[in-house]
Design a protein around this ligand. Sequence first.
Ligand code: BES
Ligand code: MN
Ligand code: ZN
Length: 503
Amino acid sequence: MEFIVKSGTPEKQRSGCLVVGVFESRKLSAVAHQIDEVSGGAIGAILRRGDLEGKSGQTLLLHNIPNIPSERVLLVGCGKEKEFNESRYREVTGKAVTALRDTGASEITTYLTELEVKGRDIAWKIRQAVEVTEASLYRFDRLKSKPNNNRRALRRVVLAVPKRSDLGTGEQAIKEGQAIAESVKLVRDLGNLPGNLCTPTYLAEQALAIGKQYGLKTTVLEKADMQQLGMGAFLSVARGSRQPPKLIVLEYQGDKESEAPVALIGKGLTFDAGGISIKPAANMDEMKYDMCGGASVLGAIKAAAELKLPINIVGIIPSSENLPDGDANKPGDIVTSMSGQTVEVLNTDAEGRLILCDALTYAERFKPAVVVDIATLTGACVIALGGHASGLLANNDQLARELANAGKYTYDRAWQLPLWDEYQKQLESNFADMANIGGREGGTITAACFLSRYAKNFKWAHLDIAGTAWKTGKEKGATGRPVPLLIQFLINRARKDGAETGT
Ligand code: BES
Ligand code: MN
Ligand code: ZN
């Protein structure tokens, strides 16, 4: 999709469709009002017939509005003006795009960007518009023998800005929005791709391709390398699979070599059947998205490289399957992690922490400024926070705040849970240094407690994305979260003045 910014009044635009907002009840936004004036009250007259009340997400497509050179005008209901907020802005932007997707308009000019969103500037609105537009048009149909032949006529979106002086800001916002949207798409594709196609080897190939495209140092450690490193926890999970495990390492250098990197570690379980502690059959197919943490690391690094952020990043993606097998982990098995700590595997389905703990220890060699791991780690997090917020836990409150703020700004939110010492007790084992499960209570927290034992030597935060990386139900599929959060976190960190964009 091509995006451009433009300033200027609606009656001067010659566009396939002008998109304007109408609040409840039938209250015209400023631009809708302008169109109404030049058309001699055409919009008001149509609204009085009762076809659009202005409820959020309602749309009405009009043709041949007098004195308007554009072919169409799309009225978009925005709800009550007083209640209009970030969430509504995203909703109406998405609705407008889906309403126009199957019309003949190949080019549209949207003025929704000129609606006031409290506390948000034009840069925010433009960026969100790009992200939401791309996300609403996303389809995963490459595995259908006959792809949906919807014409996807829409090719160009013109985003209106109120003043000429906003054009520069708008262009930068488009650039960022497109980089984010591209990475979100990448992560959605990888998450939606089934386990028979998206294997650890496939993930490694994707990483190598991205590395090549952007000139990144990309290394893929094989099983023998991991044996040499003593990654007994990671390898114990991989033993149950015929697919060779991979430890993918990408290094992006956008800053001086001497600057400590941000380390991003992503869980890359390309399929999680649970192992010998096998999962129930219902919805098990969805466990192909257990690699979305790893994919979002790829996405974040790709966007950072695309935007040439002045920051150093190292991405580490431990990738494996978790399957039942004659050689798989058995409940009660004790494995030795790379750190030397031993783990009693009381439940083979708590495999994410087993592969992540060795990746955390491995991260130490990069002397990272901070470490953030991203993982679809616990079903408990889905219960606690649902699909709206990622779980956030950290051994450093400043780092937690940075991530929470980045999530707030991008509307890819995370919510902090406590990592108090009292929870650590739940991981005690009779036979090893720790167990890999801590009981039902506070499952997201005890999972993070487990990881914290491998994160003692650096500032570390953990994002549990089990609820946010995937949408269930009729339109199920990968969401691409928390890529926007991660990219904003990197953008903010790359700023030498230490300022954070919005909160
Ligand atoms: N990948 C799952 C977590 C998960 C569950 C993600 C549901 C998305 C939706 C993880 O490997 C897992 O199985 N965790 C167990 C841990 C338990 C055995 C302590 C869980 O949450 O049930
Ligand atoms: Mn599992
Ligand atoms: Zn898992």
